[in-house]
Design a protein. Structure first.
Length: 130
């Protein structure tokens, strides 16, 4: 049986701050504010990547990470925020599609992806339930 290594909050904060710097996104949020936002959300234990996980998102995926510009969001919703409401050219769609070709996923991962898509569509079309 393998143990999951839990990192201290200060390390998680430092990593997120470092990733923002790499992505050239301004970081104006103190550790205390960052931690309080997570605690108030009640989603601390569900942080991570992928379906059913939560992350700290910026409003409209723009501006700095600051106390007044962040919220806790489902990761699958956050990953599409940048493109939501915009029209992408066929060339852009083709480039994104081609970049994913040849990537193999386990059957479990494929099922999780499909369930996430279905749940998202069900929320968009509230007459469908899963």
């Amino acid at each position: 049986m393998s143990k999951v290594k839990t990192l201290p909050p200060c390390t998680i904060y430092a990593r997120q701050k470092a990733m923002a710097k790499i992505r050239n996104i301004e970081w104006n949020i103190s550790f205390d504010d960052w931690y309080n936002i997570w605690m108030q959300s009640g989603k601390w234990e569900q942080r991570g990547r992928g379906v059913g996980k939560y992350c700290m998102s910026r409003i409209g995926d723009t501006g700095p990470y600051s106390k007044d510009n962040v919220y806790i969001n489902e990761c699958v919703k956050n990953s599409g925020d940048k493109f939501r409401g915009t029209k992408q050219s066929l060339e852009t769609i083709a480039k994104r599609s081609n970049s994913l070709k040849g990537i193999k996923h386990s059957p479990e991962r494929c099922l999780a992806n499909r369930l996430g898509q279905l749940r998202y569509r069900a929320k968009q079309n509230s007459f469908v339930t899963i």
